[in-house]
Design a protein around this ligand. Structure first.
Ligand SMILES: NC(=O)c1ccc[n+]([C@@H]2O[C@H](COP(=O)([O-])OP(=O)(O)OC[C@H]3O[C@@H](n4cnc5c(N)ncnc54)[C@H](OP(=O)(O)O)[C@@H]3O)[C@@H](O)[C@H]2O)c1
Length: 316
C-alpha cells in the first residue's frame, strides 16, 4: 500500500468523484474508482465498472482489499449501505448536502448569517426550503443518520454537506446551458440580482485530500463545503456577461431583468433558468452555507471565472 494510504472512490467518473479521485492520486494515495460505465476520458486512476446496486458487486470487486478511505460520491439510499459492508476502510466519506439544515429556523433567512454545522436539521415541513423539496431534504437527513448507525464500530465517518458544486464534467450542464443559450438566441433575459455562490469540485477535492492526510480519528465529523459569501460570489449576470465576452458575442444579447419580473412571468428558477436562485428564496438560502471550518481545514476558492472557463466543454 502507498505510504499515503489507499482510497476507493465510488462514483469516480462524476463531477465530484473524478475531481476527488484525481486529487487523492496526485496526493500520493493508491486510488481505485468505481462507476457503472467506464470513463470516457483518460484518468490517472483505474476505474472498475460496477453497479453498486447489484447484489454482491462491491464484495466481488473490492471485498478483499482494505482501504484507508472509501469516498462515496453517489450514495442515494440507505439500501446502498449493506453492500458497502463488504468493503473495509478506516474512514468513510460521503457527499451529503446543505439541504439537511432547517433554513427557516428562528434567526435564519435573508439578512441573517450563514448556516454553520451546528444549525438544527430539518425535521418538519415548516423547516423545509419549500414544500416541493421537503421529502428530498428529509431523505438526506435520514440518510445521514442511517450512515451513522451503519458505521458505528465499523469505521469513522465524515459527512461533507455540500452547497452548489460546479466544475468541468458537470453532467447537469448548469454552466454549459448558458453557452448554448447565448449562442443560439439574439436576446436572453438574465436576472440581475441573483448571486451564484459555488465551490469548484477541484477545490472540494483538494480539501478532502488535506482532510484525509490528517488521519483524524473522530468517529463522526461533519463539514460544510459551500461557495464564498457575498460579495465575493458572482451574480449570475456577471457569469453570463463573462461568457458573452468569452464567446465574442455582442453584449446586446444579454437583457438584464429583475428576479421579481421573471417570477411574475412565471419563469421557474433553477430548472428553467439554471443557476438562478431569486434573492431570499429557498435555493438562495442553501447557498449561504458557512464554510469557516472547511477554510480552516484547507479549503480555498479559486477565482469563479476559472471554473466557468474550464466548464465550457460538455461532459463526454
Ligand atoms: N453537484 C452538486 O452541486 C451537489 C450538491 C450537493 C450534493 N451533491 C452530492 O454529491 C454527490 C456527487 O454529485 P455529482 O454532481 O458529482 O454527481 P454525478 O456527476 O452525477 O456523478 C455521479 C457518479 O456516481 C456514479 N454512479 C451513479 N450511480 C451509480 C451506481 N449505481 N453504481 C456505481 N456508480 C454509480 C456515476 O457514474 P455512472 O453513471 O457511470 O454510474 C458518476 O460517476 C451526489 O451524492 C450528490 O447528491 C452534489
Amino acid at each position: 500500500m502507498s505510504e499515503r494510504g489507499s482510497a476507493l472512490v465510488v462514483g469516480a467518473t462524476g463531477l465530484v468523484g473524478r475531481a476527488v479521485a484525481s486529487a487523492l492520486a496526485a496526493a500520493g494515495m493508491r486510488v481505485e474508482g468505481a462507476a457503472r460505465r467506464p470513463p470516457t476520458r483518460p484518468c490517472r486512476f483505474p476505474v472498475v465498472a460496477c453497479d453498486r446496486g447489484q447484489p454482491y458487486a462491491l464484495r466481488a470487486l473490492f471485498g478483499r482489499a482494505r482501504y484507508t478511505a472509501v469516498v462515496d460520491c453517489c450514495l442515494s439510499s440507505a439500501t446502498d449501505l449493506p453492500a458497502l459492508s463488504a468493503v473495509s476502510c478506516d474512514r468513510y466519506v460521503f457527499m451529503s448536502s446543505g439541504s439537511v439544515y432547517d433554513h427557516r429556523r428562528p434567526g435564519a433567512g435573508p439578512g441573517s448569517g450563514p448556516t454553520g454545522e451546528d444549525a438544527p436539521l430539518v425535521r418538519s415541513l415548516e423547516g423545509a426550503l419549500s414544500s416541493a423539496t421537503f421529502e428530498r431534504q428529509r431523505h438526506r437527513v435520514e440518510l445521514e443518520q442511517a450512515v451513522r448507525t451503519w458505521a458505528a464500530g465499523r469505521c469513522a465517518v465524515t459527512a461533507l454537506r455540500l452547497g452548489v458544486v460546479l466544475g468541468p464534467g458537470d453532467r447537469s450542464m448548469r454552466l454549459t446551458h448558458w453557452r448554448v443559450q447565448l449562442a443560439s438566441s439574439d436576446r436572453t433575459d438574465v436576472p440581475d440580482d441573483a448571486i451564484v455562490s459555488f465551490v469548484d469540485a477541484r477545490d472540494l477535492a483538494e480539501l478532502l485530500a488535506a482532510e484525509l492526510a490528517r488521519r483524524s480519528s473522530s468517529a463522526w465529523s461533519v463539514l460544510n463545503v459551500g461557495g464564498p459569501p457575498r460579495p465575493r460570489a458572482p451574480r449570475l449576470l456577471d457569469i453570463v456577461r463573462f461568457l458573452v465576452r468569452f464567446l465574442r458575442l455582442s453584449e446586446q444579447r444579454v437583457a438584464p431583468v429583475s428576479s421579481a419580473e421573471l417570477l411574475e412571468r412565471g419563469v421557474v428558477p433553477w430548472s428553467e433558468v439554471p443557476l438562478w436562485a431569486p434573492p431570499g428564496t429557498a435555493t438562495d438560502r442553501l447557498m449561504m452555507l458557512d464554510s469557516t471550518r472547511a477554510l480552516a481545514a484547507g479549503l480555498s476558492w479559486r477565482p469563479w471565472a476559472e471554473t466557468v472557463l474550464d466548464s465550457m466543454e460538455a461532459p463526454a
